[in-house]
Design a protein around this ligand. Structure first.
Ligand code: KDG
Length: 312
C-alpha cells in the first residue's frame, strides 16, 4: 500500500519543438504532467511508495498519462476512467519571458473528481492507507466537486498520524471564474504547506515568511520558497533557510513539484527541516535542467552522499 497518495488532475502535455508563438512551432513532443501527479512521480523516484488518485478520459492521452506514471513507479490502481469526458491537455509555449501554459481542460475527466472518490472501491482504500495525502490549490479551482473533495480531505477530522500536505500552486488562469479566497482556510487546515513568496503575495497579500506564519497558524510546517531561490521551513519553534543548487535552468515548470516531493520524502524519512529542504532542492535541480515537467531522478547513492554533506 502507498505511503503517500497524491490527488489531482494529470494531463497530457505538448512540449514545443522550439521557442516561439504556437502558430509558428512546427512540432510538439508529447509528455505528461499535472502538479500532484508530478509529486507522486518525484516521491516514487526517491523510493517512497506513492499513488496518484485522479481521473482520465477513455482516450489515448489518458492511457499515455497513466502509462507514464506507472513507468515512473507510481501506483495507478486508484485512477478512474471516465467514458464521457476527455483527458485534459496543456500546451507549453516557450517565449523570452519564460513559458506560458495553455490549458485545454474545461470539462475534463480530471476536473470531475469529487468526494465520491473517498468511497471508490479502488481509490478509497489507497487514500485511507496513505500516511501522507498531498493536494494542491489547483484542484480547488477545477470544479465545485473538486473543491468539495479538497475540503473533505483537509477539513474533516483525520486519523492520528495522517498528514496532509498542500502546495498553493497558484494558477491565476484557473481562477477567472472562481473566488480564490477559498484557499486560505484550506492552507490553514493542512499539516505541511508549501508556497512561493510571490504566489503567497498574490493570494494572501504577503510573501514574508513571518507574516505568513501569523496568517496561517494551523500547519505544523510552512515552507516558503523565495525569489532568491532559497526556501525557509517554519516549524512551530524554528525557522531554517537553505539555498537552492546553482544550476543552468532550462525550464522551471515542474520544479516546484519536484521540490515538494523531495521535502515530503524527507519528512516521511523522519529528517529534520534542513535536510528536507536539501532533498527538495536536489530533486528540483533535476527538473530545472530539462524542458519537461520532470527530470531523470538523481541516483539514490548520490542523493544520500549529498544529503549527508549537510547538517540537520
Ligand atoms: O507544476 C507543474 C504544473 O503546473 C503542470 O504540470 C501543469 O498541473 C499543472 C497545472 O495545473 O498548472
Amino acid at each position: 500500500l502507498p505511503a503517500a497518495a497524491c490527488v489531482g488532475e494529470s494531463m497530457a502535455v505538448l512540449l514545443p519543438g522550439r521557442p516561439g508563438p504556437l502558430e509558428d512551432v512546427p512540432s510538439f513532443r508529447p509528455a505528461s504532467g499535472g502538479a500532484e501527479a508530478n509529486v507522486a512521480r518525484g516521491l516514487a523516484a526517491l523510493g517512497v511508495p506513492a499513488a496518484w488518485i485522479g481521473r482520465v478520459g477513455d482516450d489515448g492521452f489518458g492511457r499515455r498519462v497513466v502509462r507514464d506514471l506507472a513507468a515512473g513507479g507510481v501506483d495507478v490502481r486508484g485512477v478512474s476512467v471516465d467514458p464521457r469526458r476527455p483527458t485534459g491537455l496543456y500546451v507549453k509555449e516557450a517565449g523570452p519571458g519564460g513559458s506560458v501554459l495553455h490549458y485545454y481542460r474545461d470539462g475534463s475527466a480530471g476536473s470531475a473528481i469529487g468526494p465520491s472518490v473517498l468511497d471508490d472501491p479502488d481509490a478509497g482504500p489507497l487514500l485511507n492507507a496513505a500516511g501522507l495525502v498531498h493536494l494542491s490549490g489547483i484542484t480547488a479551482a477545477l470544479s465545485d466537486s473538486a473543491l468539495e473533495l479538497t475540503r473533505a480531505l483537509l477539513l474533516r477530522p483525520r486519523r492520528p498520524g495522517r498528514l496532509v500536505s498542500f502546495d498553493l500552486n497558484w494558477r491565476p488562469a484557473l481562477w477567472r471564474r472562481r473566488d480564490p479566497s477559498v484557499l486560505r482556510p484550506l492552507l490553514n487546515a493542512a499539516d505541511i504547506v508549501l508556497l512561493g513568496a510571490d504566489e503567497a503575495a498574490d493570494v494572501l497579500g504577503t510573501g514574508d515568511p513571518g507574516e505568513l506564519r501569523a496568517l496561517l497558524p494551523g500547519p505544523a510546517t510552512l515552507v516558503v520558497k523565495d525569489d532568491a531561490h532559497s526556501a525557509t521551513a517554519l516549524t512551530r519553534d524554528a525557522a531554517v533557510t537553505a539555498p537552492a543548487l546553482d544550476v543552468e535552468v532550462v525550464e522551471p515548470v515542474g520544479a516546484g513539484d519536484a521540490f515538494a516531493a523531495g521535502y515530503l520524502a524527507g519528512t516521511l524519512r523522519g529528517y529534520g527541516p534542513r535536510r528536507c529542504l536539501r532533498l527538495g532542492h536536489l530533486a528540483a535541480a533535476a527538473t530545472l535542467v530539462v524542458p519537461g515537467d520532470h527530470g531523470p531522478p538523481p541516483p539514490p547513492a548520490l542523493v544520500d552522499e549529498l544529503l549527508h554533506a549537510s547538517p540537520g
